[in-house]
Design a protein around this ligand. Structure first.
Ligand code: NAG
Ligand code: NAG
Ligand code: NAG
Ligand code: NAG
Length: 715
C-alpha cells in the first residue's frame, strides 16, 4: 500500500473539509486558506492573457455573414486567454479566443511559432484553440473560403493579430507556470439562454428528452486555479453554451459580446485598477454545445406586428428578415450587459461555493485528424434496427442561406425548407454541381452549395477535421471542430463518460464540450434534428450522420488513449496558406479636414457633465487600420489627480465607445467619435478625453498623432 499517497489523501480530505468550512463563512475564504501542514500541489499551472483585436475599420465581420456589416469602431477588445497545465511529464495548453471561430491554418501557424521557442512542447496533440464565437469581430483569418467571404477573402492584418496575440498569451502562461491546485464547480444559470430551433429539438426521442429539464443546457462549469502553497487565486476557466449574439447584425463596433464582457467583469473584479487585459488574474468564458442556443431570451417575434413568427420556418409573411429574436434588454447593448453580468455573477458565486471538488489524477490527451467524407459508422434506430451510415462530402443546405432568428440572411430563403429553387440550383451548378450520390447522401437536405466539390480558387470548407480529448483527472474535455447542438453535445458527453468508464479505472465525473476548437466545420445537429432542416441542420455539412460518425471516432480516440494503443489518424488538411486571395481594399492615404491637423478635437465635450450621462468628443482621425494598437488603446479617459493626468478607462472598458467613420463618404477623410458613459460611481473631478491614432501620408508613411479634449468637470 502506498503510505505516502494515503497520508496525502488524508490531509487532502481535511483540507477539503476545512475549505468547505471556511467557505461557508464566505468573503474570500479561499484567499485566507493556508495550512500548518504543507501539501504537494497536484498540478503546475500558468495563465496568460493577450490582446488579439484585429482591424476595427472597413473589414467585414465574420459571424452573421451580412456583407453590409463592416467594422467601424470598437466597443470591447478581443483577447486570447491561455491556460497551461502540467502534471508530471504531461502538458496541455487551452486557449480561449474572443473571435468567431478558428481554423487549421491559424493553429498550424501558432504551433509553428511556438515550436521555435519551445521545441515540440506544444503540438497537435496537446494544444487547443477554442473560439468564444462572438459575431462582431473582423474576419479574414480562416482561409477556407466560405468563412472568409464576408471579409472579401483573406485579411493578413486579422490573421496576424490573432496569431501574435495567441502566441503571446501562451508565452505569458508558459512563463508564469507554478504549483497549483485545480477545483471544479458547477451551477445552473437560468434566464440567459433559449433554444432557437425548439421544434428540431422536439424531434429527438421523448425518452431521451425526458432525462433533461430544459431544451438547452443551463449548467456553468468552472475550473479554478489556486497557486500552492500561497493559495493565491490565479484564474478561472468556464464553459457555458450560449451564442455570443446579443450584439446583432446591425452593430458595427468590434465586440467580444456577452461572454467577453463576463470575462472583463470578472477580471476587473480581481485586478481592480489595472487596465483591462493587463492584470494577473484571468477569467475565460469558453464556448460549449451552443449550436442551437441563443442569448436573445425574449425569443423571436415579427418585428412589424409583434406577433409570433411561423414556428417551422421562422418567417413573418414569408420573410425571414422580419422574424427577429432579442432581449432581455431594451437594446442590444443592454442585452449584452445583462447576459454578461449574469454569467459573471454566477461564476463569482461558484468561486466562493462550498460545492467545489478538487481535481486529482493524471493528465492525458489525444488528438487526431478525421477525414469525414470517408468515414462509416453503425447507427442504431430507436427501434433497435442497426444500419451502416457514412459521411458525405461537405455541402450547405438551403436553410443555411436563411440565417437564424439571431441574424437572418438575405433573399427569400427559409429555415425548415426542403424545397429547392431552380434558379439558385442553376447558379449552384455553375459553381459546383452535386452528384446524384451527394444528393442521396445529404438527403433530406436540399443542397445549396456543394462546398466539398468546389475547387476554385481553393478549399471552401474543411473535409478533414480535428477531434481531441483531454482527461484532467476525472474531468474530460472534448475539443470539437464546430457547433454541436444541445442534444448532439449531450450525446457526445454521454458517449465519452461511458467510454472512459469502460476503459479506465477512473470514472469521469464531469465532461465538458469545448466548442469551436482547432478547426471549424459549421454545425453538428442530431440525425433527428437534421430531418427538419432548420439552419443548424442545413449547416451540418457532412450529412445526416455527422454526429453518428463523431460518436464513433471519439469513442475510438478515447479507447486508444486509455489502452495506450497507437493512434488511427488521417493526414492533416492541405495547407492553403500560400493560395489564399485577398480582395479587401488597402488604406490608400489619410487627409485631415481643411484647417485641421490629425488629432484635433472638432467637437468638444460640454464643460460640465453629470454622472449617469454620456459625453462625447469628435476628433479628426486617420484610418485605425494604419496601426491596430494591439495591446494599446485608441482612447483614454483621464482624470486630473495630484497635478497629473491618470488614466481611468481605455477603449476596452464597457463605458467607452470608439466610433470611426469616413467623412463625406470619401475614404481619405475620417473622424473618430469617442463616447464615455460616466458611471454613477466615478469620482467627481476634472477629466479629459484623449485619442491616439496613426495616419498614412501621401507617400505611404505611417505617422502617429495624439489628440485631447479640453478639461471638463464631472459633477
Ligand atoms: C438590433 O438591435 C437594435 C437595438 O439595439 C434594434 O433596433 C434592431 O432592430 C436590431 N436589428 C436586428 C436585425 O436584429
Ligand atoms: C454549503 O452552503 C449552503 C448554502 O450556501 C449550505 O446550505 C450548505 O449546508 C453548505 N454545505 C456544506 C457542506 O458546508
Ligand atoms: C459496425 O458493426 C459491425 C457488426 O456489428 C462491425 O463488424 C463493424 O466493425 C462496425 N463498424 C464500425 C465502424 O463500428
Ligand atoms: C426501424 O426504424 C427504421 C427507421 O425508421 C426503419 O427503416 C426500420 O425498418 C425499422 N425496423 C423495424 C424492424 O421496424
Amino acid at each position: 500500500m502506498d503510505v505516502y499517497g494515503c497520508v496525502h489523501s488524508f490531509f487532502k480530505q481535511i483540507r477539503m473539509h476545512l475549505q468547505a468550512f471556511i467557505n461557508t463563512f464566505q468573503i474570500g475564504g479561499i484567499f485566507i486558506l493556508n495550512f500548518l501542514f504543507v501539501i504537494n500541489a497536484d498540478y503546475r499551472v500558468g495563465i496568460g492573457i493577450s490582446d488579439i483585436t484585429g482591424p476595427i475599420g472597413q473589414i467585414g465581420f465574420l459571424g452573421y455573414g451580412n456583407p453590409f456589416q463592416k467594422g467601424s469602431g470598437l466597443h470591447l477588445r478581443q483577447y486570447a486567454r491561455a491556460f497551461v497545465i502540467k502534471k508530471d511529464l504531461q502538458c496541455v495548453a487551452f486557449v480561449s479566443i474572443d473571435t468567431t471561430m478558428t481554423g487549421f491554418g491559424l493553429r498550424k501557424q501558432v504551433l509553428s511559432t511556438l515550436q521555435k521557442n519551445y521545441g515540440s512542447l506544444y503540438n497537435d496533440q496537446n494544444f487547443v484553440i477554442s473560439a468564444t464565437h462572438t459575431h462582431c469581430v473582423p474576419g479574414g483569418f480562416m482561409m477556407d473560403l466560405l468563412y472568409d467571404l464576408p471579409s472579401f477573402g483573406f485579411v493578413q492584418e486579422t490573421f496576424d493579430s490573432l496569431h501574435n496575440g495567441i502566441v503571446q498569451a501562451v508565452i505569458k502562461a508558459h512563463n508564469s507556470i507554478q504549483d497549483a491546485n485545480i477545483f471544479v464547480t458547477k451551477g445552473t444559470i437560468l434566464n440567459v439562454n433559449v433554444n432557437r430551433s425548439p421544434l428540431a429539438y422536439l424531434l429527438n426521442p421523448k425518452t431521451e428528452r425526458d432525462k433533461y429539464s430544459y431544451d438547452v443546457d443551463k449548467e456553468l462549469t468552472q475550473l479554478k486555479f489556486i497557486a500552492s502553497p500561497s493559495n493565491k487565486l490565479l484564474g478561472v476557466l468556464h464553459w457555458f453554451p450560449v451564442h455570443p449574439t446579443s450584439m446583432n447584425n446591425t452593430n458595427r463596433l468590434v465586440s467580444s459580446d456577452n461572454v467577453g464582457y463576463a470575462s472583463i467583469l470578472f477580471e476587473q473584479h480581481f485586478n481592480k485598477d489595472t487596465p483591462i487585459g493587463n492584470g494577473p488574474f484571468v477569467a475565460a468564458f469558453a464556448s460549449s454545445n451552443l449550436g442551437d442556443v441563443s442569448p436573445n431570451i425574449k425569443g423571436p417575434i415579427c418585428i412589424s406586428t409583434g406577433n409570433p413568427c411561423d414556428d417551422v420556418t421562422s418567417t413573418c409573411d414569408g420573410k425571414s428578415q422580419h422574424c427577429i429574436a432579442s432581449g432581455p434588454g431594451i437594446d442590444m447593448f443592454e442585452s449584452t450587459k445583462i447576459i454578461g453580468e449574469k454569467l459573471f455573477k454566477k461564476g463569482l458565486e461558484l468561486l466562493h461555493s462550498n460545492q467545489s471538488r478538487e481535481i486529482d489524477g493524471p493528465l492525458e490527451y489525444r488528438h487526431r485528424y478525421v477525414n469525414m467524407p470517408i468515414q462509416v459508422a453503425n447507427f442504431t434506430y430507436p427501434n433497435g434496427t442497426e444500419t451502416k451510415v457514412r459521411g458525405c462530402l461537405s455541402a450547405m443546405g438551403y436553410a443555411f442561406a436563411a440565417g437564424t432568428t439571431d441574424g437572418p440572411g438575405a433573399f427569400n430563403f427559409k429555415q425548415g425548407s426542403k424545397t429547392q429553387n431552380p434558379m439558385w440550383n442553376f447558379i449552384r451548378n455553375l459553381v459546383a454541381e452535386p452528384t446524384k450520390d451527394d444528393i442521396a447522401c445529404h438527403y433530406p437536405k436540399p443542397i445549396f452549395l456543394t462546398t466539398g466539390r468546389i475547387k476554385v480558387p481553393y478549399r471552401w470548407q474543411p473535409q478533414t477535421v480535428s477531434i481531441q480529448i483531454i482527461l484532467l483527472g476525472d474531468v474530460a474535455i472534448a475539443s470539437v471542430p464546430g457547433e454541436f447542438t444541445t442534444m448532439a453535445g449531450r450525446r457526445l458527453k454521454q458517449t465519452i463518460a461511458t467510454t472512459v468508464a469502460t476503459y479506465s479505472k477512473l470514472s469521469t465525473k464531469d465532461v465538458v464540450i469545448a466548442g469551436l476548437s482547432n478547426i471549424y466545420s459549421s454545425y453538428i445537429a442530431t440525425p433527428e434534428e437534421y430531418e427538419l432542416q432548420r439552419y443548424e441542420a442545413a449547416s451540418t455539412i457532412f450529412g445526416p450522420h455527422t454526429l453518428t460518425i463523431y460518436l464513433n471516432v471519439y469513442n475510438n480516440l478515447i479507447k486508444s488513449m486509455l489502452n495506450g494503443e497507437p493512434l488511427d489518424t488521417d493526414p492533416e488538411p492541405e495547407d492553403i496558406s500560400n493560395k489564399v486571395l485577398s480582395f479587401a481594399l488597402p488604406v490608400w492615404f489619410d487627409l485631415p479636414l481643411v484647417g485641421y491637423r490629425f488629432g484635433d478635437c472638432r467637437v468638444q465635450p460640454p464643460s460640465t457633465a453629470k454622472r449617469g450621462t454620456t459625453v462625447s468628443a469628435i476628433f479628426v482621425s486617420g484610418n485605425p487600420r494604419n496601426n491596430l494598437m494591439r495591446g494599446k488603446t485608441f482612447l483614454t479617459i483621464e482624470r486630473w489627480i495630484k497635478e497629473k493626468w491618470v488614466v481611468v478607462a481605455t477603449d476596452s472598458n464597457w463605458e467607452t465607445k470608439f466610433i470611426w467613420k469616413n467623412v463625406f463618404f470619401i475614404s481619405a477623410y475620417s473622424q473618430a467619435t469617442i463616447e464615455w458613459y460616466i458611471d454613477k460611481n466615478i469620482p467627481i473631478g476634472i477629466y479629459r478625453i484623449c485619442h491616439f491614432g496613426h495616419y498614412k501620408s501621401l507617400n505611404g508613411e505611417i505617422i502617429p498623432y495624439i489628440g485631447a479634449t479640453r478639461k471638463f468637470n464631472v459633477v
